[in-house]
Design a protein around this ligand. Structure first.
Ligand SMILES: [Zn+2]
Length: 232
């Protein structure tokens, strides 16, 4: 069962959408929904309020660096206890294997998008951020790239009280992978592979070619002008 919390965060996003200025219309739109899993005892792993700063960071970074704004279409808490492979998933190749073996079926089953239209599977379909308990190894977020419409993020990333795991860049980084961005060797870049809070958190820059990749991605609805000013 999935409970729609209709969070203040999601409502604020809708309000902003209703009062678009001309400049806003020139931005592309990336729709994002968040699924917060619960543990074996049915306790949610995080809250919409905790996830909100990372969503705001993704919106700020993608607006400034890629000309795309994040529209949060829902933050939902899944109360159905997930299987172990979904609650504490493996990363990278392990996740690819698990996906092939059908162990990520739990995520897919809960992806249902309340605002999706018939054409949503083609252009502008949302990316879902699944909040899991713990990802194996030192990985805190993982994406299967363009082959999946969902990414996973570890709950501790959103726990502001935990200085050694709180990291607002990971959600945006994983959205980048889902929009076909590979890793970048510059530490100041959003797609730098490593990020170690609190001291060595990766940057949030995107290069011009990365901006073009994001704007051409099938998840992004183009802005009204068809293009946006290149910021550098
Ligand atoms: Zn990465």
């Amino acid at each position: 069962m999935t409970v729609d919390l209709a969070s203040a965060a999601a409502r604020a996003g809708e309000a902003a959408f209703d009062t678009l200025s001309g400049r806003e219309r020139n931005l592309g739109i990336l729709r994002v929904q968040v699924l917060i899993l619960s543990d074996e005892a049915g306790r949610p792993l995080s809250t919409p309020e905790r996830v909100q700063p990372a969503l705001a960071t993704a919106d700020r970074v993608l607006r400034a660096e890629a000309g795309v704004r994040v529209r949060v279409v829902g933050i939902r808490t899944v109360t159905e206890p997930p299987p172990a492979a979904a609650l504490d998933p493996r990363a990278n190749r392990g996740l690819v294997v698990d996906d092939l073996l059908g162990r990520t079926e739990f995520y897919r089953r809960h992806l249902g998008d309340p605002s999706a239209g018939p054409a949503a599977a083609l252009v502008g379909s949302p990316i879902t951020v699944v909040v899991v308990r713990r990802i194996a190894g030192h990985t805190t977020g993982c994406s299967l790239g363009i082959s999946a419409d969902w990414v996973i993020t570890q709950a501790a990333l959103f726990d502001e009280g935990d200085r050694h795991s709180y990291d607002e860049t990971v959600l945006a980084h994983e959205l980048g992978h889902a929009m076909n961005l590979p890793h970048h060797r510059d530490r100041g870049n959003l797609m730098f592979a490593e990020s170690s809070p609190p001291q060595r958190v990766r940057g949030t820059q995107l290069a011009r070619w990365q901006r073009r990749v994001v704007q051409a991605n099938r998840h992004v609805l183009p802005g009204r002008s068809g293009d946006t000013p290149v910021l550098g």
